[in-house]
Design a protein around this ligand. Sequence first.
Ligand code: PLP
Length: 493
Amino acid sequence: MLPQSGLSKAEIFKRLGEFANLDANPYSGRLFTIAFEPGNEELREVAHRAFEMFMDKNILDFTEFKSAMKMEKEVVDIAKRLMHADGEVVGTYTFGGTESVFLAVKAARDNFIIRKGFQMPEIVMPIHAHPCYEKAAEYMGLKVVRVPVNPETLEGDPDAINEAITENTAMIVASTPNWPFGTIDPVKEFAEIAEDKKVWLHVDACVGGFILPFFEKLGEDIPEFDFRVEGISSMSLDPHKYAYSSIGSSIVLFKKPFYKMLAQYANLRWPGYPIVNPAVLSSRSAGPLAATWAILHYLGEEGYTELARKILSARRKIIDGFSSLGFKLLGKPRSPIVAFTSEEVDLFTLTDVLMKKGWLVLPQISKKDFKIPRSIHLTITPIHDMLADEFLRAVEEAKSEAKAPAEAEVVRGLGMITSLLSTGEDPEALRLLMTRVEQYIELYGNELIKAFGLEKGLPDEMAMIYELFDAIPPEITELLVNYLVIELYRRGF
Ligand SMILES: Cc1ncc(COP(=O)(O)O)c(C=O)c1O
């Protein structure tokens, strides 16, 4: 509630402190999830100061706040150099990988329509590509086709991509690496297909863009994945991942200015100020951009190389440790991301047990049609080099404590939602389902909240929920989580 009269500074920060206590500590090194922690306090100070200096400047008007254009040019130039781009390549600073991908999809879609006229364009990509492509497709009227990957290496399979390309294919995607398994798709082979079939190739280096060049420098076997390869139309890379920048930092690179024109937005149809938005958002704080500029210049080549060395050392310890505990490494990860599976340990419960011990890892559901088992995912960052041994001891302990939920419980959970049926790909079935969903949540919304144990907020144990995600078709679980998360936000847990 808006207070009648303002609170004191002391009260404000007391309350904000209480909010902060609800959080996992992103600096602790105990997160193997979405926190990219270099373990360097001075670096954090530099980023925070830069952020604060520019947080009240709006990138929207670069004629008013000229610094934004200057900083953006220098940040984009660094990304171009790392990705071996030539002078023709142009880039845009965005607030995240998803936003960069939106711009690439928009450009690819319009390029397709210019050449082929109006028809529903498609994106073909390996099963492990990030969901932001489906999100962009849903917003912009495209269809996504996910194809199998090499079952041994879990790298993208060029033959599967090639076979799925049709007259309607506008774009194919290579991930370097993908998020679930950290494996790298064969960009050269994908690029040959793109050139042959005249489709747009987007290389998603959101995770890899600021780390793989340094792995390569340290002698790791990294296949060429950037503009050294002919046939790439666009790339995305995120400083807020392995450049350790403040959150709200990504770059999309286009092979030539015309492609960027297809993504950028200009509007002079109203009586107000002329709009020229290089990115999806219009008003944006220059804070994250300044923090990105600051961190890139603070660390430099040497700083990034040193941090990459720490990641490689941590990755070695973690792969060896998990293997000796009987877990199986999935595929052939060449990046800082690894995933493990196990036939003896219940991985969803293991995640809960580890969480109670203060360590966070990400559980991943299986994709049986694609012969992909359940797994746990670890995003390895430089701070983990120092903590790997302690973490492995916690995993060993957790392994003996992780007991799978009783089958009867899982079956009960499943029974609860069987009245929602799978729709497959049929749009009419989906429309009918949505009419029923509207009624269903009015009638049974509260029951669902109770059934999932969410009346008091997120439960301490998530294994049961993951069991259900693993068992139910995604079209149904998507509806379910969509509704449940709306309720969680409404209640403010
Ligand atoms: C490969 C890949 N692409 C795109 C994204 C989307 O990035 P963001 O979360 O910054 O929007 C991610 C996020 O994890 C990713 O792993």
